[in-house]
Design a protein around this ligand. Structure first.
Ligand SMILES: Cc1ncc(C[n+]2csc(CCOP(=O)(O)OP(=O)(O)O)c2C)c(N)n1
Ligand code: SF4
Ligand code: SF4
Ligand code: SF4
Length: 701
């Protein structure tokens, strides 16, 4: 068992035979270890005469420099303990495989993995006490939670889904799934968590903006709420509507994955020593951890959202006062994709529909039984679905057309009501107002709120048209339709569909999360992979340049297009999402997203994913721009270049900061520099094209 916490989460001894062997990776020893192992497991060990070994592979991996990668150490321990093949042969074969798998990644990586094989012998025997056979069964833990979590979600999470009767799925035969289930998977697996120092905090909310897992948030409390809170708070001076209230940055330590991005972006108060967040070693069984977890529970249960006091779309800071409707995803720690998905859900989630392509985003957004998409206090949240890898745009277009049809039906029914003598003047005015406001997000919200009581009253008093309207009333608020997919889905396999949907002129928002590889299937090259990068199917570095998907779509003229990288400019990213959503036509936003497949060399790895985005823009590897057709309609140039003139001198060191480029020196030593130069040249050409676009004359005379 490679994660000690699994002893308490899964039936880890299932299938373990009489006289079998069990190996545990654990940070504990001696009595502490014995106390940690649940009674059920100890009893099983004694009953079945199991030989138990343990090893602290977590510590060894850190000492070797492998971070949290314990697999090779544990594999080596496995071969040594089981002797399924002679140990010498196993060691020889493992080392051969290491050279084959990691040789191109550099000597360092090979050396660390060799050390992992050698240190796999550091396991110890845990004596099994025969008296464990008489231990009482562990107490069944009960939680205060909805029934479907207890009866469906927990068994599936415990890998006991196959034991569930078909009747457990009664009511959800169509595949619909409750939202917010990820919130019940409190894992407490972070090695380090951020600790907040309120004295240094400038209340910028940058930490919450970037958290890939939505587990650090600002909470704004009134006096009463603050009185019951056991954590620290500071008084608020701004924004004006929140002045005098109490501000707290609270971490969900049980959900945090310890990436460190929040602390890395935290500016803090430079006069007081800088960052207000510090990553500190985390012990899930400590009292401090229990208190932090209790503080989080208090905040989510007893502190109401104050988002109505500000315009959440106005600034990155304000956006983080919005309830998170995408929380605790199971994406890799520090993932570059999820902060974007979370932001979209915060800004538009109360009326958002998502058609998601298969890829990492479909896996972390909806792997039964877990979904991070959730609801706000009013029960509103994103409606999400995934069809295939290749058809997310057509799938989303179908949703748009269906919604359109329903709204047309509502319009016809309301017109019928307006034409009737029996309809009150108030009802008629509300109906007319909705007909006019139906395609405006805020306008339709207000119009729907005014109209709904008339519909409900009419339906209750037997009006058949009102009854039909009531069935459709969830279509009254304008929906925010998003089509989300990776670069593989968008640049490659789903490109035909993407182009078709953009060409339809419909009001859709396409968000492409660009990791420049097929991340979910292990990093195959896509048309978004830049020249020189090593990826699967491009083992010696890709030889063809990256396709400029965004620029291509600007040619249509009626498409809002933007390229963003939130780590480089949070405001520009927010602005792009805001403008894209507001544009009554097709929009395409492409977000740069660092991924584990890139192999960030910076200390902290994916904990520097936001900083890596900033570096990419600073050196000219990635550019920020927006192309807004609304400006063209006014005779202005729609193209705006938002990133500064790059510092091209930093380009090569940016490339060398990622294994996907650095390993080119091993894979294709003779051509490495040539490919680096080609990559830089391609980036320069792109930049110059963008600069030229800013100089175009779009006046209509
Ligand atoms: C037709 C088809 N081919 C292949 C796959 C397997 N597959 C699923 S996701 C994926 C890659 C997704 O890459 P990308 O679109 O870049 O998204 P990311 O995982 O990077 O977010 C592949 C190849 C599939 N589901 N369907
Ligand atoms: S360490 Fe990472 S996961 Fe944890 S709160 Fe910070 S950004 Fe979120
Ligand atoms: S990023 Fe730092 S300064 Fe800004 S709100 Fe978070 S903790 Fe405070
Ligand atoms: S593989 Fe990459 S894109 Fe996928 S979840 Fe991990 S970091 Fe995110």
């Amino acid at each position: 068992c490679h994660v000690q916490a699994y002893l308490h989460m899964y039936d880890v001894t299932r299938g373990l035979q009489q006289n079998g062997l069990f190996l545990l990776n654990t940070i504990f020893e001696g009595e502490e270890l014995v106390n940690f192992i649940p009674n059920n497991v100890k009893k099983y060990f004694a009953d079945k005469n199991i030989t138990v070994y343990y090893i602290n592979a977590t510590k060894i991996a850190q000492e070797i420099g492998l971070g949290n990668r314990t697999n090779t150490i544990l594999q080596s321990a496995f071969f040594r303990i089981t002797e399924v093949i002679p140990v010498d042969l196993a060691v020889e074969q493992m080392k051969k495989a290491i050279v084959k798998s990691y040789g191109k990644k550099g000597e360092d990586v090979v050396r660390m993995n060799y050390a992992a094989v050698d240190r796999g012998g550091e396991y110890k025997l845990l004596p099994v006490d025969p008296a464990w056979a008489n231990l009482p069964a562990d107490k069944k833990v009960t939680y205060d939670e909805p029934e479907y979590i207890t009866n469906l979600v927990r068994p599936i999470n415990a890998q006991l889904g196959a034991d569930l009767p078909v009747s457990a799925y009664k009511g959800i035969e169509d595949g619909a799934w409750e939202q917010g289930t990820a919130a019940y998977e409190k894992r407490g697996v972070a090695g380090f968590v951020p600790v907040w120092n309120p004295d240094n905090c400038i209340q910028c909310n940058k930490c919450a903006f970037v958290c890939p897992h939505s587990c650090i948030r600002p909470f704004v409390m009134n006096d009463e709420e603050a009185a019951g809170f056991k954590g620290k708070t500071v008084d608020m001076k701004a924004p004006a509507a929140m002045r005098g209230m109490h501000f707290a940055i609270q971490v969900s330590v049980k959900d945090c994955l310890g990436c460190g991005n929040c602390a890395d972006v935290c500016p803090g108060n430079p006069k007081l020593g800088g960052p207000a967040l510090k990553m500190v070693a985390y012990d899930d069984s400590s009292e401090a951890a229990a208190q932090e977890a209790a503080n989080w529970e208090y905040c989510v249960k007893h502190v109401t959202s104050k988002q109505n006091l500000v315009d959440i779309k106005q600034s990155p800071k304000n956006s983080q006062f919005a309830t998170s409707l995408f929380e605790f995803s199971g994406a890799c720690s520090g993932c570059g994709e999820t902060p974007y998905v979370k932001l979209i859900a915060q800004l538009f989630g109360d009326r958002e529909m998502v058609a998601n392509a298969t890829g990492c985003s479909s896996i972390y957004s909806g792997s039964i039984p877990s979904t991070p998409y959730t609801k706000n206090a009013k029960g509103q949240g994103p409606a999400w679905s995934n069809s295939l890898f290749e058809d997310f745009c057509e799938y989303g277009l179908g949703m748009v057309l269906a919604t359109k049809k329903m709204k047309k039906r509502i319009t016809m029914l309301l017109q019928e009501m307006i034409a009737s003598d029996k309809t009150s003047a108030g009802y008629k005015a509300a109906a007319q107002n909705w007909i006019e406001q139906q395609n405006d997000a805020e306008g339709s919200k207000a119009a729907a709120a005014a109209l709904k009581p008339f519909i409900a009253e009419g339906a209750a008093s037997g009006c058949p048209v009102c009854a039909r309207l009531k069935e459709l009333d969830h279509y009254l608020v304008k929906r925010s339709q998003w089509l989300i997919g990776g670069d593989g889905a968008s640049y490659d396999i789903g490109y035909g569909g993407l182009d078709h949907v953009i060409g339809s002129g419909e009001d859709v928002n396409i968000f492409v999360i660009d990791t420049e590889v097929y991340s979910n299937t292990g990093g195959q090259a896509s048309k978004a992979t830049p020249i020189g990068a090593i990826a699967q199917f491009a083992a010696n570095g890709k030889r063809v340049g990256k396709k400029d998907l965004g620029l291509m779509q600007t040619i249509y003229g009626n498409v809002y297009v933007a390229q963003v990288a939130m780590g480089a400019d949070q405001s520009q990213c927010l602005k792009a999402f805001r403008e894209a959503e507001a544009w009554h036509g097709p929009s395409l936003v492409i977000g740069y997203a660092p991924c584990i497949n890139h192999g960030l060399k910076a200390k902290g790895g994916m904990g520097k994913s936001q900083a890596e985005e900033a570096r990419a823009v600073e050196c000219g590897y990635w550019h920020l721009w927006r192309n807004n057709p609304a400006l063209a309609a006014e005779g202005k140039n729609p193209f705006q270049l938002d990133s500064k003139e790059p510092d091209w001198d930093k380009f090569q060191s940016f490339l060398e900061g990622e294994v996907r480029f650095l390993s080119l020196k091993k894979a294709a030593p003779a051509e490495a520099q040539e490919l680096y130069d080609a990559c830089k040249e391609a980036a320069k050409r792109r930049y110059k094209t963008y600069v030229r676009k800013t100089q175009e004359d779009w006046s209509l005379d």
